[in-house]
Design a protein around this ligand. Structure first.
Ligand code: CO
Length: 435
């Protein structure tokens, strides 16, 4: 690994470790952008964009769009857009946070966010992060919180009471996944436990809490692993590794002729149809606003949109060493083989021959390998932000992502090389962009 690669890989791991929720992923992205001269714009205030300027906008504190204002004729040069997502499957605390069993166990009442592999959440220390809305002196305020301590645990049922566990692994999501917080304490009601924990660890008073969005996360840090430390084992590689690759490319790229855009949406894991998700007006409003702010006409705006391209960056499935028959017989991406272009005849991926071609061009200019993925005909597979992104904007999208294993496990597994290749391809895309 050369020095740049090493630096990128360490930065990525730190970003994954420091971003337990979408809120933290956005906060840390904003910090990286500020360091590189990007200025925050508020949706609620008037903008004065400058040619060559670098900006970002936050939505709901859980989505972020960063962009540069190009030096060319935007109507002709268009937008070069990379989209990714900030959220990850996991466990979210319900409005009534705790329950006390007759045996005196205090359990946290959680619901499942997205398609998590629930068994991977068992028997490992869990911590807590998210945001709390507080009312202080009559004003509503949002506070990001992170209790970075091993406070929760979901213990497995012992094999002696569950002899066929290894043969039948199904779980009841209501009754079997509630994490243990503590034993019942004298004088405490069930509604006291979470506020008490928040007060002790963050200083937020129970009386000030209006509402919260809190998620559990794995306390254990992500690491490099493998014989040559060539792999990465961490939470939230899907999709924060693509957010980070996008950030690294955008901050490194010189201002181009068109506008370079990085859109990190929330709520992909639950279908994207939210104000801060990809299936919303968020990106399109922003593109429109940039054009209007630069004094373009509607005609110029529609021309700019028609001259734009996009990359929908979300992770892909590498062939699994123990389940190699889960892939198509011919399309078989592997770890370390480079970013994967994802195809679907039913358009669960937005890739077309044309959008694939401009991504391949970017890979070739960057000198990085690439692979292709299509599902077996008897496996439905997943989807991602590409179809919504291109459907709403009418901008072509290529669905791609670095290949990983164990997608949606509490610890996912990928190759460092693929993250590096992806960043290099993104940089080439931002630099050159179009056919
Ligand atoms: Co994803």
């Amino acid at each position: 690994m050369d020095k740049n690669t090493q630096q990128f890989a360490e930065g990525l791991l730190q970003y994954l470790n420091d971003s337990p929720t979408a809120f933290h992923a956005v906060e840390n992205a904003a910090a990286l952008l500020r360091e590189s001269g990007f200025r925050e714009l508020k949706e609620t205030e008037k903008w004065f964009l400058e040619i060559g300027g670098r900006y970002f906008v936050l939505k709901n504190s859980s989505a972020m769009i960063a962009f540069t204002v190009g030096k060319g004729d935007l109507a002709k040069e268009g937008f070069h857009i990379i989209g990714a997502h900030t959220d990850s499957p996991g466990l979210k605390i319900k409005p009534d946070a705790c329950t006390v069993t007759p045996d005196g166990y205090v359990k946290v009442n959680v619901e499942v966010y997205g398609g998590a592999i629930l068994q991977t959440w068992f028997d490992r220390p869990l911590a807590l992060a998210g945001r709390v809305i507080v009312k202080e002196n009559g004003t509503l305020r949002e506070k990001l919180v992170q209790i970075d301590k091993p406070v929760f645990m979901i213990p497995n049922l012992c094999i002696h009471f569950n002899r066929d566990k290894n043969e039948k692994g199904s779980l009841n999501k209501q009754t079997e996944i509630l994490p243990l917080l503590s034993m019942k304490a004298e004088g405490m009601e069930k509604d006291d436990y979470l506020p008490a924990l928040l007060q002790e660890e963050t200083g937020i008073e129970k009386a000030d809490i209006v509402d919260y969005e809190l998620f559990l996360y794995e306390y254990q840090r992500g690491i490099f692993t493998g014989n040559k430390q060539e792999f990465i084992s961490a939470s939230r590689i899907d999709d924060l590794s693509m957010v980070y690759a996008g950030l690294a490319a955008l901050t490194e790229a010189q201002t181009g002729a068109g506008c370079q855009v990085l859109a990190a949406f929330d709520n992909e894991e639950v279908g994207s149809t939210t104000a801060q998700g990809a299936n919303s007006g968020l990106l399109l409003h922003l593109l429109n606003r940039i054009c209007m702010n630069l004094g373009m006409t509607n005609e110029g705006y529609f021309q700019a949109v028609a001259n734009s391209t996009s990359i929908s960056a979300d992770l892909a499935h590498a062939v699994h060493p123990n389940y190699s028959d889960k892939h198509d017989t011919e399309s078989r991406p592997v770890l370390g083989g480079g970013p994967v272009i994802k195809y679907s005849a039913s358009q669960r991926y937005a890739t077309t021959a044309l959008s694939a071609a401009y991504f391949v061009e970017a890979c070739e200019r960057a000198g990085v390998p690439y692979q292709k993925f299509v599902n077996r005909n008897d496996i439905a597979g997943g989807s991602t932000i590409g179809p919504a992104l291109s459907g709403l904007t009418t901008i072509p999208a290529v669905d791609m992502g670095a290949p990983i294993l164990a997608m949606h496990s509490i610890r996912e597994f990928g190759a460092v090389a693929d993250m590096v290749y992806t960043k290099q391809a993104f940089l080439a895309y931002y630099k050159g962009g179009q056919l």
